[in-house]
Design a protein around this ligand. Structure first.
Ligand SMILES: Nc1ncnc2c1ncn2[C@@H]1O[C@H](COP(=O)(O)OP(=O)(O)OP(=O)(O)O)[C@@H](O)[C@H]1O
Ligand SMILES: [Mg+2]
Length: 557
């Protein structure tokens, strides 16, 4: 508007001495332009922030509720990291600004056309249409390839991220086995794959930009000829035409460039939306309501109730399960009755299905055949959140947060400091952890300032605080020495008295205090009964395992 006004001021008006009012109008136009630009940027910033908050919230929420068996076991960690790093960054920063910039230059270009036609003749429209048609055709061709290249770039970024993060976390093993050169080769290989696509992408952009310049010539030269030889515009109009033709060419090429980039950013957006729409695990009930609740609170609502479970009684009938529909059954018909408060030791060869049986109890699988009743309620019919909140699981690999001792033991802050300290005393860890910071003392990344056995004891203290009726331990004591093993045996008797405990162990002395023994083989129950009966029956599998174990121990002595 300022340019048009300047042209009017200098050519159309005789009285150029009235400088004040002209300057005032020019100032008003500038201030109006500035204010509208500030308003536009403010709206874009807020809108973009709202979209990226919503997308990242939904992505995180859905990811946290996705199935381990059908999602996490199949999707490489690098791909997940890449979505949260590169794609989300694109949504956070570029999507809003990019799209609005594309719109802005589009409007600029339309305005340039209007002014160019005003400054010369409507014949100009012919060139403008020809130019727009050609550039549009080229842009489509360019985008067809560019979209695929962007996808390939995205796909090849994941192995690079994966290789790097695995290399960093596995550095000790890599060095121990002298596999630095192999790891480096793998990493460089993944970079090469990414670079191939990246370079093709760059070449493609140059190809497109070069052709845009050729198209510019197509409109520029004829329109100058038309205006010089046929229309004979005055100097003011001709200078406006020249200026807006140059602007038109820049705006169109900027629009094409930004439009292509925006299309690519929408590929990132689409990838984020895929995560935001991930199917949750089958057993969640009222996930939408939970999602709405969590939006306004940083604490998850309590799902524990006084009504269920009142006991840790388990009844399993003809349980059959497979990891994927196209695989064979891993559990082939398991039936068990486990009374409340009993301690069951589970033994069996590697691959017998012990961990799988345990994971069925907390509904690791979307579907199983048969029935699992926990205190009279079918586990697949119970809300997954409620079910898992009422089961304590102590895995072989203890999970330790990089946080304070207190948050590691009681992340939801349900217990008092005294209770936490008393549990740490029970597992005989307090003497080691107690320093001037007390419960606020920090545990390093992955619990690196604790030994493996200490981490397991910490998990045990965490389990004790939860006071659940059902406790599942999968090789949870594998790294514990005989002194600490006694601590566990004592705790099993004293603290887990009122709970049902299922304990998988390869070292038979760990489960000798259990009342029941379950021997598994090939996904079936080989033997299930009271330990006293099985031990005294020399024909039982357990008695035979025990004698082999004793022999081994004797040989080692
Ligand atoms: N995520 C998985 N996907 C597909 N098959 C699996 C998966 N996990 C385990 N399996 C298969 O299920 C069978 C039982 O595995 P499971 O882990 O339950 O054995 P386990 O008795 O706990 O063995 P271990 O004593 O070695 O821990 C194995 O044959 C294994 O190949
Ligand atoms: Mg196992």
């Amino acid at each position: 508007m300022n340019n048009l006004f300047l042209q009017y001021w200098t050519t159309e008006n005789e009285d150029v001495r009235d400088i004040k009012s002209y300057l005032l109008i020019s100032l008003l136009i500038s201030v109006g332009g500035t204010l509208s630009t500030i308003y536009r940027n403010y709206r874009i910033l807020m809108g973009n922030a709202r979209v990226s908050l919503e997308v990242s919230y939904l992505m995180s929420f859905r990811l946290l509720h996705a199935s381990v068996n059908s999602f996490f076991d199949r999707v490489p960690m690098g791909r997940i990291l890449n979505r949260f790093i590169k794609d989300l960054n694109s949504v956070d920063w570029d999507l809003g600004y990019g799209s609005s910039f594309a719109l802005m230059v589009l409007f600029n270009a339309l305005f340039d056309i209007v002014i160019s036609v005003y400054a010369s003749t409507f014949h100009m429209l012919l060139f403008v249409f020809l130019y727009t048609f050609l550039t549009f055709k080229m842009q489509r061709k360019f985008m067809m390839l560019n979209r695929e290249i962007t996808r390939l770039k995205g796909i090849t970024t994941s192995p690079m991220v994966q290789c790097f993060s695995e290399g960093v976390s596995g550095i000790t093993n890599i060095r121990a086995f002298g596999q630095q050169a192999y790891t480096l080769r793998q990493y460089i290989g993944s970079i090469d794959e990414f670079q191939k696509n990246s370079m093709i992408g760059d070449a493609l952009i140059r190809w497109f930009q070069l052709r845009l310049v050729f198209c510019n010539v197509l409109i520029f030269i004829p329109s100058i000829f038309l205006n010089i030889f046929f229309i004979r515009s005055d100097a003011g109009r001709f200078s406006i035409l020249m200026r807006y033709l140059i602007l038109l060419l820049t705006d169109v090429s900027e629009f094409m460039d930004e439009y292509s980039k925006t299309e690519n950013r929408f590929v990132s957006f689409e990838r984020c939306i895929f995560f935001a729409n991930l199917a949750p695990e089958a057993g969640y009930k009222n996930l939408d309501a939970l999602e709405a609740k969590l939006r306004h609170s940083s604490r998850p609502p309590s799902v524990k109730s006084d009504v269920w479970p009142s006991s840790g009684k388990l009844v399993i009938k003809n349980l059959k399960v497979k990891y994927r529909p196209n695989l064979n059954y891993v559990l082939k018909g398991i039936s068990l009755k486990i009374p409340h408060g009993s301690k069951v030791g589970i033994v069996g060869r590697t691959g017998a299905g012990k961990s799988t049986l345990i994971s069925c109890l907390y509904c690791h699988f979307d579907f199983y055949e048969g029935s699992i009743m926990y205190d009279g309620q079918e586990v697949s019919q119970t809300d997954l959140k409620k079910l898992r909140a009422n089961i304590t699981i102590i895995p072989q690999e203890p999970y330790i947060f990089h946080d304070t001792i207190r948050n590691n033991l009681d992340p939801l802050k349900k217990a008092t400091d005294e209770e936490v300290v008393s549990m740490l005393k029970e597992v005989e860890l307090w003497a080691k952890l107690d320093n001037e910071l007390g419960l606020e003392g920090l545990i390093e990344q992955g619990g690196s300032n604790l030994s493996q056995g200490e981490k397991q004891l910490l998990c045990l203290a965490r389990a004790l605080l939860q006071k659940n009726k059902l406790v599942l331990m999968d090789e949870a004591t594998a790294n514990i020495d005989s002194q600490n093993e006694q601590i566990i045996q004592r705790l099993l008797k004293e603290k887990f008295e009122d709970c049902t405990v299922l304990m998988i162990a390869h070292r038979l002395n760990t489960i000798m205090d259990c009342e029941y023994i379950l021997v598994m083989d090939g996904g079936l129950v080989l033997e299930y009964g009271k330990i006293k009966e099985l031990r005294t029956n020399p024909a039982s599998h357990f008695a035979q395992m025990l004698s082999r174990f004793d022999e081994l121990q004797d040989n080692l002595k």
